[in-house]
Design a protein around this ligand. Structure first.
Ligand SMILES: [Zn+2]
Length: 87
C-alpha cells in the first residue's frame, strides 16, 4: 500500500514527493538573544511520543511549506495545513 499525504494545494500525493524539515513548534530567538538560547534553538530537539507538528516541503509538487501533524509512533496524519496560512 502506498504511503500518501494530502497536500492542501495538490490533493493526495505520494509521501516521496515531500521533504521533512522537522519541528514546526520552535520559536526563533531574538537576534540579540544569549548564545545559549541560540544553541538550544539550533541543536536541541525533543523526541516526542505522540502527536507532533512538523514542517514538510512539497518538493515534488507545489513547493509550498506545510505544517503536518503526525503521530510519531503510528505515523498517522491528523492534519495538513499551509505553513503560511496557520494562525
Ligand atoms: Zn502541494
Amino acid at each position: 500500500m502506498a504511503s500518501l499525504l494530502s497536500c492542501p494545494h495538490c490533493g493526495t500525493r505520494p509521501r516521496e514527493e515531500f521533504t521533512v524539515r522537522g519541528d514546526a513548534t520552535l520559536i526563533r530567538p531574538a537576534a540579540d538573544a544569549p548564545q545559549s538560547e541560540w544553541e538550544a534553538y539550533v541543536f536541541l530537539r525533543d523526541n516526542p511520543r505522540g502527536w507532533h507538528k512538523e514542517h514538510w516541503h512539497h518538493t515534488g509538487g507545489c513547493r509550498r511549506w506545510l505544517v503536518v501533524e503526525r503521530h510519531t509512533v503510528s505515523h498517522a496524519i491528523r492534519s495538513v495545513v499551509d505553513a503560511g496560512m496557520r494562525a
